[in-house]
Design a protein. Structure first.
Lengths: 99, 78
């Protein structure tokens, strides 16, 4: 009879690695209440990673003005896009607007 | 709104007027035609989580319409 080796599994919760929070570089606006000129519902926006903003529940978004601002993260749905699409969007992006 | 301004906005400056504003068409569409200006200033703000920070804020303004779409410009100043 073959012996079955059992792998010892630690049942300690400390052995479970917490899931990494994903950082999205793009997000779709799902709520533009109060900002109809700056955000368009359903539109894809660039996200600039910002830990300070994220710590308070905000995303740093390049909005319709071309500048980046802090918006509540709940207004957006983070998405991952194909690498080829990201390259095209990056190359076709107009120069950052001062205004 | 995702933050609250505490006190007055200081160091107010106009940073764009009329056609210099990229969102001018959208401002006129969603608010009204008018002589729009984009302004900036410094303010103490209370964030969604209750934290108080010092930040540069931007907004759009037109005579008779008032301030619209006040936004926090990152990074925080403090």
């Amino acid at each position: 009879m073959a012996s079955v080796k059992k792998k010892s599994k630690s049942s300690s919760l400390s052995s479970i690695k917490p899931a990494r929070k994903r950082t999205f570089r793009y997000a779709i606006c799902v709520n533009n209440d109060g900002y109809p000129a700056s955000l368009e519902r359903g539109k894809l926006y660039s996200v600039i990673p910002d830990r300070s903003a994220a710590a308070h529940g905000y995303l740093r978004i390049v909005d319709e003005s071309g500048e980046d601002y802090a918006y509540a993260a709940q207004r957006f749905f983070g998405v991952t896009i194909p690498r080829n699409l990201a390259i095209v969007l990056t190359n076709s992006r107009p120069a950052p607007s001062v205004r | 709104m995702e933050f609250k301004i505490i006190g007055q906005i200081s160091e107010i400056e106009t940073i764009a007027k009329g056609r210099e504003i990229r969102s001018l068409v959208r401002l006129r569409k969603f608010y009204a035609t008018g002589k729009w200006k984009k302004k900036k200033g410094i303010a103490t703000v209370r964030l969604m989580d209750g934290t108080i920070r010092r930040a540069e804020v931007h907004w759009y303004e037109a005579h008779g319409i008032g301030k619209k779409e006040i936004k926090i410009k990152l990074p925080f100043l403090d």
